[in-house]
Design a protein around this ligand. Structure first.
Ligand code: PLP
Length: 459
């Protein structure tokens, strides 16, 4: 088989700034060993997130000039609405500025004290919005999804028995909706099968509970279904996307992922009465119903992005390039969450740096080492992000997220080479001490120091 190439050529370039080892040493120290505090200009390859960091196409940029900035009833809204309707089949389409704005509106309507919302794995903003409403968020991914080293084609699937048991335990009246996240971001970008979605739907139907999707990566999920699920190989991604949305009563979407834009979100609803109440909340905090906190040009870019994301050459390249990074890291010896997911590779830093205990943040140590080595920025998903409670999180991970259509294969090869150099001296990496721990969402602003004795040993 031939190399799967980037199915685009470059029309505009953005120069990258090279830094020296000495500069990076100072930059990292000034950032208190927290990559969120490193100015982006000092980062060479930025794998912090795939959210809103993608490159737009020439057609998206052209569409932005068409943006109709009328306050109400702009052409750009109708264009956006017709594209989303065609792709998803939903009647009520509310634009929002990000995914979390859609979540905030949804859970103000269906959440509240005593309510319980099951999901395969709640993304952090989803969980935060559910808890903010007074409700409880429960993760019910299948057992395989809880073990990084176990391979399963649809590791994001919901545990159907656990879902039934939860509904029995808390009572139907307390479960306002069931949610499924596609792909399962918090579990390594793992897909959910159509078969599993149908089984969740059947449970929901039996109990009369609406099913909602957190559908940020609906196109990547559909590609995995086409590649891995029986009977789906000959179908188009667009057909699979339509089938997926047809199973749901609503969805929240961050368009900063598969919308291929830098800002935007969508709330999708079928129920007329619920949509009317959502419209009222949208107007209260986001904006009028035909722009929802976005400019007309943003709606145009989203409409065009949603057309492009179901292109199968794009998806083939996208998923292959993520797998390529994962396979090469495994060849080097890195334990990763297997198999590689859609949008990111998750390195098991706890196992990579098994000399660093969780309270010295092995994930953060590895993130710092990758930056020091070559100016690569990843993010810790472990004791920095989720620690501070009674129990340390189950895994100490480092996520390398791949922005869409931004980096070429040689950029990724460079990441692989730098990762190999870091792997060689993984047992010399120093642990860190948190010198300032903010009470909430501490990973964004926490400060660290290198633990001195080990720092000297590492030179
Ligand atoms: C990014 C993301 C969100 C939140 O979207 P924002 O646009 O960042 O507000 C919700 N769920 C999942 C699975 C996501 O990846």
């Amino acid at each position: 088989m031939r190399t799967i190439i980037e199915p685009f050529r470059i029309k505009t370039v953005e120069p990258l700034r090279m830094t020296t080892h000495e500069e990076r040493e100072r930059i990292l120290k000034d950032a208190h060993y927290n990559p969120f505090k490193i100015p982006a200009r000092d980062v060479l390859i930025d794998l912090l997130t795939d959210s809103g960091t993608g490159a737009m196409s020439s057609l998206q940029w052209a569409a932005m000039m068409r943006g109709d900035e009328s306050y109400a009833g702009a052409d750009s809204f109708y264009e956006f609405e017709s594209v989303v309707q065609d792709l998803t089949g939903f009647e009520h389409i509310l634009p929002t500025h990000q995914g979390r704005a859609a979540e905030r509106i949804l859970f103000e309507l269906v959440g509240g004290d005593g309510k319980v919302v099951p999901n395969n794995n709640h993304f952090d903003t989803t969980r935060a919005n559910i808890e903010h409403s007074g409700a409880r968020a429960v993760d019910l991914v299948i057992e395989e999804g809880r073990h990084p080293e176990i391979r399963h084609p649809f590791k994001g699937n919901m545990d159907i028995e656990a879902l039934e048991a939860l509904i029995d335990e808390v009572g139907v009246a307390n479960v306002p909706i069931v949610m499924v996240t596609i792909t399962d971001n918090s579990d390594g970008g793992q897909p959910v099968s159509l078969e599993n979605l149908r089984a969740v739907r059947a449970v929901c139907d039996r109990h009369g509970i609406p099913l909602f999707l957190d559908a940020c990566r609906f196109a990547e999920n559909a590609w995995f279904i086409k590649m891995r699920e029986d009977g789906q190989a000959e179908r188009t991604v667009k057909e699979i996307v339509r089938d997926t949305f047809a199973l749901a009563d609503g969805a929240t979407i961050s368009a900063k992922k598969d919308g291929l834009v830098n800002i935007g979100g969508i709330l999708l609803l079928r129920d007329e009465a619920l949509a009317e109440r959502a419209d009222a909340l949208l107007i209260l905090t986001e904006g009028y119903v035909t722009y929802g906190g976005l400019a007309g040009r943003d709606l145009e870019a989203m409409a065009q992005g949603l057309r492009e994301v179901v292109d199968e050459d794009y998806l083939s390249y996208r998923i292959r390039s993520t797998a390529y990074l994962g396979e090469k890291l495994m060849e080097i010896g890195y334990p990763i969450v297997e198999p590689p997911g859609g949008h990111a590779i998750y390195i098991d830093a706890g196992r990579t740096c098994d000399h660093i205990p969780p309270e010295q943040f092995p994930g953060q140590a590895l993130v710092c080492a990758l930056y020091m080595e070559a100016g690569i920025r990843g993010v810790e998903i472990g004791s920095v992000m989720f620690g501070g409670g009674e129990e340390p999180p189950a895994l100490e991970l480092v996520r390398l997220a791949i922005p869409r259509r931004v980096y070429t294969q040689s950029h990724i090869d460079y990441v692989i080479e730098a990762s190999a150099a870091v792997f060689e001296r993984r047992h010399e990496l120093p642990g860190l001490r948190m010198t300032n721990a903010p009470p909430v969402l501490r990973h964004f602003t926490a400060r660290f120091d290198v633990i001195p004795r080990v720092a000297e040993a590492a030179g």
